[in-house]
Design a protein around this ligand. Structure first.
Ligand code: 2BX
Length: 431
């Protein structure tokens, strides 16, 4: 084994029943980045980054065993890349015992924003809580100070709602009711009507979202007097597909009618300024072309719109490898001053681990996913995008930069009743 190699472990969810198989696009993206950083003569002073990848199937147990194999088999690893919230939770909680940094490119769980449990975790994937300041900003813009929450009983949504409630309290926004359901939303939706909820934030996975929408149709909780906030990372025609297969009783037309006008929020994962050159020399559209080519070679029918899972998050994996390369580069420069290099790292060497931590913590570069920087909790700082479903397709309404509290608004919103729906029943006093 050449001794100018710097080895890192890669844990990718490639297949499996539950969870997110985003490794399908994220591993090829990481490999593109590996080739790019190793081609740069000005990075890593002659060393090459080597990625040792394994499949976690998005299962924490398998992820743990893959991690042990990476750590107990030579060569020694310097850092771990991982995806899926469940796997990142397990890997990041254990990795500190080996003084290893963990960089997660596909983990949205708010629970991971916890330095006491995950002291060496960083993620290029934003936490699900990144939506909340955007939701608050929109409520303030449209003078909605009375809202309701409908959520699926899943850990990621439970902790996102707790964060949303804290934001609402700070902003003086009243939550008239918080309804949750395991898999059947019927009762929860019925209770929304009882509480006269008008502005409703919905937090659930896409299969549950279809069931919610059909219940919304049945209870007529849509149209000119209602506003729904849905999550923006469902596939574009999510409310029309799989209706038979999932036993949805509503027709496509009824689903479209109930869905008309809803708002969505999502974190931006592809740099919006398509002709802005990033640190790799590529624009995000150049990256898209190269990724598509790599995926075609891997056998995906990209031109037939058959994208692998994780395509949306691929820039996060590409930029994660750049984050590692830049941090190692910074650490190498620092270590050289004392005649050391990253080859001196061992799993018990906390000093070098702290140097690597400091280098990652101060990351700041323009990647294909936008500006890459981390909060003190290791969370990705990201922009969000707001869309509205109008005439059956999503229209971009604007972007929000939470750090700068800057809302870029395109004035494209349209309301079914021709004006902004009020957040409560408005009593008109007869003069
Ligand atoms: C936006 C989404 C789909 C949220 O879940 C992430 C996976 C996870 O958090 O386990 C991947 N990206």
């Amino acid at each position: 084994r050449r001794d100018n190699d710097l080895h890192i472990g890669g844990i990718f969810p490639m297949e499996g029943e539950g969870g997110w198989q985003g490794g399908q696009a994220c591993m090829p993206a990481a490999e593109l980045a590996l080739a790019d950083v190793n081609a740069r003569s000005d990075l890593l002073s002659g060393f090459k980054l080597r990625l040792h990848s394994n499949d976690s199937k998005c299962e924490p147990g398998l992820g743990a065993s893959v991690m042990y194999n990476l750590l107990y088999n030579p060569p020694q690893k310097l850092l771990l890349l991982a995806g899926c919230s469940t796997v990142c939770t397990t890997v990041a909680e254990a990795a500190k015992m080996w003084n290893l940094m963990v960089l997660c490119y596909g983990a949205s769980s708010p629970a991971l924003s916890d330095r006491s449990r995950f002291p060496t975790l960083f993620r290029t994937h934003p936490s699900a809580t990144v939506h909340n300041p955007t939701r608050i900003k929109l409520m303030q813009k449209f003078a909605w100070s009375r809202i309701a929450i409908l959520q699926q009983a899943e850990e990621v949504f439970i902790s996102t709602v707790e964060d949303l409630e804290a934001h609402c309290k700070k902003a003086g926004i009243e939550i008239v009711t918080r309804q949750s359901f395991l898999s059947d939303p019927a009762d929860a939706v019925r209770n929304l009507r009882r509480q006269d909820a008008r502005v409703i934030v919905g937090l659930f996975y896409v299969v549950a979202a279809r069931r919610v929408l059909c219940e919304v149709y049945k209870h007529r909780l849509y149209g000119k007097s209602y506003v729904w906030f849905f999550i923006g990372w469902y596939e574009d025609n999510w409310f029309e597909t799989n209706l038979e297969r999932e036993g949805i009783e509503c027709t496509v037309e009824q689903m479209r009618e109930a869905a008309e006008g809803h708002l969505t929020t999502e974190a931006l994962m592809w740099n919006q300024n398509a002709n802005q050159t990033t640190i790799s020399g590529m624009t995000s559209e150049d990256f898209r072309s190269r990724l598509n080519e790599a995926l075609r070679e891997a056998g995906y029918d990209i031109d037939g719109e058959r994208y692998p899972e994780g395509y949306q998050e691929a820039p996060l994996a590409y930029d994660a490898v750049w984050s590692v390369a830049l941090a190692f580069n910074k650490t190498m420069e620092k270590l050289q001053k004392s005649g050391l290099s990253l080859k001196n790292f061992t799993y018990t060497n906390k000093k070098i681990a702290d140097d690597i931590y400091e280098a990652i913590n101060s990351t700041s570069f323009l990647g294909v996913s936008g500006l890459v920087a981390f909060s003190s909790q290791g969370d990705r700082i990201a922009l969000t995008q707001i869309e509205q479903l109008t005439d059956n397709h999503y229209v971009k309404l604007g972007y929000y930069d939470t750090q700068a509290d800057n809302l870029t608004w395109l004035d494209r919103e349209r309301w079914v009743g021709g004006k902004v729906p009020p957040d409560r029943t408005v009593v008109v006093n007869e003069l």
